[in-house]
Design a protein around this ligand. Structure first.
Ligand code: HEC
Length: 142
């Protein structure tokens, strides 16, 4: 039997550490982004009881029961579209939707960083939405 050399072992363990911290960072990023951008309406715990609630016509959704309301599975792609908002056909800030159009918002914020191309900004917006989804999955009630 051929034993793996030390180098292969080191690479393998480096890769697994990177993969683990990547996943962690993502949920962590989502949590921070949630606190900074979403908690004002949806509440610190996601129950829809943020301080801006009383100023809105439509109550912000309870984000901890998304899976529950969807037969026990978290509808990832659908929620990605709801959060992004650019393809919802719901008219954005001037339509019936009261939720900010986060795809546009995150992209616009990334575009203000010097040297960032539209493509990098798009990637950054999607990455943030992906992190938010990962975080939201962790707050779902059974
Ligand atoms: C200005 C208040 C406000 C902010 C800030 C806000 N939301 Fe919302 N959100 C709402 C409202 C109101 C709804 C209900 C649907 C509507 O308005 O059309 C909603 C709906 C949602 C839904 C759909 C839930 C479901 O069950 O269908 C998701 C997911 C969501 N918001 C995620 C987020 C995330 C993630 C952020 C932060 C990046 C955020 N929201 C920030 C007001 C807000």
């Amino acid at each position: 039997m051929k034993t793996p050399n030390i180098c292969q072992c080191v690479i393998a363990s480096l890769l697994s550490v990177t993969a683990a911290s990547w996943a962690q960072t993502s949920v962590g990023l989502g949590r921070v982004d949630y606190r900074d951008n979403c908690a004002s309406c949806h509440g610190a715990s996601g129950k829809g009881d943020g301080p801006l609630r009383s100023f809105l016509v439509r109550p912000p959704s309870d984000l901890t029961t998304i899976a529950q309301r969807n037969g026990g599975t978290f509808p990832r792609e659908w929620m990605a579209e709801v959060i992004d908002g650019r393809w919802s056909g719901d008219g954005g800030p001037h339509g019936s939707r009261e939720m900010p159009v986060w795809g546009q918002e995150f992209k616009a914020r990334a575009m203000t960083r010097p040297g960032d191309s539209a493509q990098t900004a798009e990637w950054s917006a999607r990455h943030r939405i992906e992190s938010l989804l990962r975080y939201l999955e962790t707050v779902q009630q059974p």
